[in-house]
Design a protein around this ligand. Structure first.
Ligand code: GLV
Length: 325
């Protein structure tokens, strides 16, 4: 029997690649830049399975262009790039990579938080510039982190991992989520559930950990930013469109908040010019980017694909009703 044909829109890493080779005929996209839409549509046309990144839009058009396609494995936990209904209609099993990137993403939310609070990027620029004239009492004074209030919107695995890290800083931690966490979790992490507006009002650092859904698109807009303290910082490692970027720029211009640290943007890879300010730390969507974690994510997508073609339900299937059909 012919081996299933897979398109991987990235060359992945050595371990996942070796595993794929045991099971499939794989065509890789190996260039360092991302493939164009046309390129993906062309290459996927005769494939049985697709392993893709969040830069690929998996919609009806793509599925129609790939009549043999039966499974799509996203190498990401977020799956707002996938039209799940379209996949289900066409009997295509979609999967993602939850769980393996929580701690790494939480580490990065803290990296951003600390960098913006303590003005690390400005300090680095000064240190490299040759202009540093030595220690000075009021030089690049930032904001304390310890003892402050951390507000978390979205209290799933990543939000909780961010909260766990705050205890060493002696912070008060408040959160909001559509679903309140069990009391045991709240007491273990010493967090308080608050209404969303209360979190916005009281947080010194507001960190976003919601998935991108119709209900969370534009969640942070002019009204929400106006509720925040003028001394507060916004940290976003979730998805760009959760924040209304124009409103954020306006709030920064008016000094309605003290600063922001962003890993994600409304229209990636574009970054609005209004965000290029000293009190904004900018990262190019790196939160899960440790070599260990990215390798685990790729391996998980490979395992989801193998399971499918071995007749097992992919462990991280997103539309299990396809499986039951
Ligand atoms: C990265 O943003 C992911 O969703 O895994």
């Amino acid at each position: 029997m012919d081996r299933p044909k897979i398109l991987a829109t990235h060359r992945l890493f050595e371990g996942p690649r070796a595993k794929l080779a045991e099971h499939f005929d794989v065509e890789y996209w190996s260039d360092s830049h991302r493939p164009t839409r046309t390129e993906v549509l062309r290459r996927v046309a005769d494939k049985d399975g697709l392993i893709c990144l969040l830069t690929e839009k998996i919609d009806d058009e793509l599925l129609a262009a790939a009549p043999r396609l039966r499974t799509v494995a996203n190498v990401a936990v977020g799956f707002d790039n996938i039209d799940l209904d379209a996949c289900t209609r066409r009997n295509v099993a979609a999967s993602n990579t939850p769980g393996v990137l929580d701690e790494t993403t939480a580490d990065f939310a803290w990296t951003l938080l600390m960098a913006v609070a303590r003005r690390l990027i400005e300090g680095d620029a000064l240190a490299r510039s040759g202009e540093w004239k030595g220690w000075n009492l009021d030089q690049l004074c930032g904001a304390d982190i310890w003892g402050k209030t951390l507000g978390i919107l979205g209290f799933g695995r990543i939000g909780r991992a961010v909260a766990r890290r705050a205890s060493g800083f002696g912070m008060r931690i408040i959160y909001n989520d559509a679903i309140r966490a069990p009391v045991e979790v709240e007491s273990e992490l010493t967090v308080e559930y608050q209404e969303r507006d209360a979190v916005l009002r009281e947080a010194d650092f507001l960190s976003l950990h919601v998935p991108l859904l119709p209900a969370t698109r534009g969640l942070i807009g002019p009204r929400e930013l106006a509720l925040m303290k003028p001394t507060a910082f916004l940290i976003n490692t979730s998805r760009g469109p959760v924040v209304q970027e124009a409103a954020l720029v306006a709030a920064l211009e008016r000094r309605q908040i003290a600063g922001a640290a962003l890993d994600v943007y409304e229209r990636e890879p574009q970054i609005g010019h209004g965000l290029l300010r000293p009190n904004v730390v900018l990262a190019p969507h790196l939160a899960s980017a440790s070599l260990e974690t990215r390798t685990r994510m790729a391996m998980m997508a490979v395992e989801n694909t193998i399971a499918f073609f071995e007749g097992r339900q992919p462990p991280n299937i997103l539309n299990p009703n396809v499986w039951k059909k």
